[in-house]
Design a protein around this ligand. Sequence first.
Ligand code: CP3
Length: 336
Amino acid sequence: MKIIDVIRHKKTFSSPPAWMMRQAGRYLPEYKKIRAQHPDFMEFCFSIDDVVEVTLQPLQRFPIDAAIIFSDILVIPHVLGQKVWFETNHGPKLENIDLNHFIKKAADVDFKEKLDPIKLAIQKTRNKLDPQKALIGFAGAPWTILTYMISKGKTLDFNNVLEFRETNSKLFKSLLDLLTQKATELLLLHIESGVNIVQIFESWASAVPSHLHEEILFQPLRKIIQTIHEKKPNFPIIYYGRGINKHYNQISDINLVFGIDETSDMQEINKLLPQKVLQGNLSPQTLLTGNHLESSVLDILDAMQDKPFIFNLGHGINKDTPLSHVERLFATLQSR
Ligand code: CP3
């Protein structure tokens, strides 16, 4: 597997392995067709055969090097007892619950059993997938999940969440600890079911002030990685901390691939982290508009030539992205 050669053996390619965050999603007409059969998005995430199918869909169209299992970071609160649902043109909605009660009840939930459909979907996907292509599992990082849980589906207000940390410090810590533990369990379940790589999404890292990075972001991250690597030494893990790429030098001692968002320049980040395998960072906006698409892709390849590197977007693909732009992206990658 090309991606595994890059991560484990630091191999370099003139045309690096590539995948796209949110590659299974609404820019694909064949995704929308299956999505239309599931009014309840969370139910869809547990429908084994449809999960397998939508996971594989983008690879049937484009020369992508990895599939990412179709699921969502909000599966964790959902199965632990805070219902999650999606309304058209809204972000996620989460049930208004008593968090103290939630934490107490979470201990009684048979997490592994509830995740059985995900395990089966991963096994089936891995069996169907080309052996040369990697399967990626994932989890949301504790802080990002916590922001959704506390905001309860209202527009995310990070000042509110940080205020909650001040006024309910014990509860905040218990919740962060619980989510650290559950994210670890979920990632291990993905790994034991057959994924080849996992990615941790800290999509709202930028909302954490730098003096709280250690407490809120990096200590939980270290715990997760330590537990996984104790059980699976050297297992490939990608960390995507959106908006904090310039702080990655504080965690460069951790055995991680770093996912870079589109606000950073690959050349600069490369200087900051000369020893690390990097992934990134085409702007989803460039892919959406198609303006300067080829030159933007080639700039990234030039910045990363002779480095172990995985090409990706800086964030998830926009749902209105024309398929022809994705075709142009992969044609440009393959021209090298
Ligand atoms: O990348 C993939 O293709 C794998 C599947 C995947 C989904 N969500 C499917 C999905 C992954 C890796 C995620 C992660 C996720 N979910 C994140 C972290 C990554 C990021 O984008 O920052 C976050 C913050 C979420 C929470 C979430 N779930 C949001 C904000 C939304 C979009 C709400 C909306 O309607 O725009 C979702 C729903 C969701 N998850 C969709 C998909 C394809 C779209 C919902 C639909 O099909 O109607």
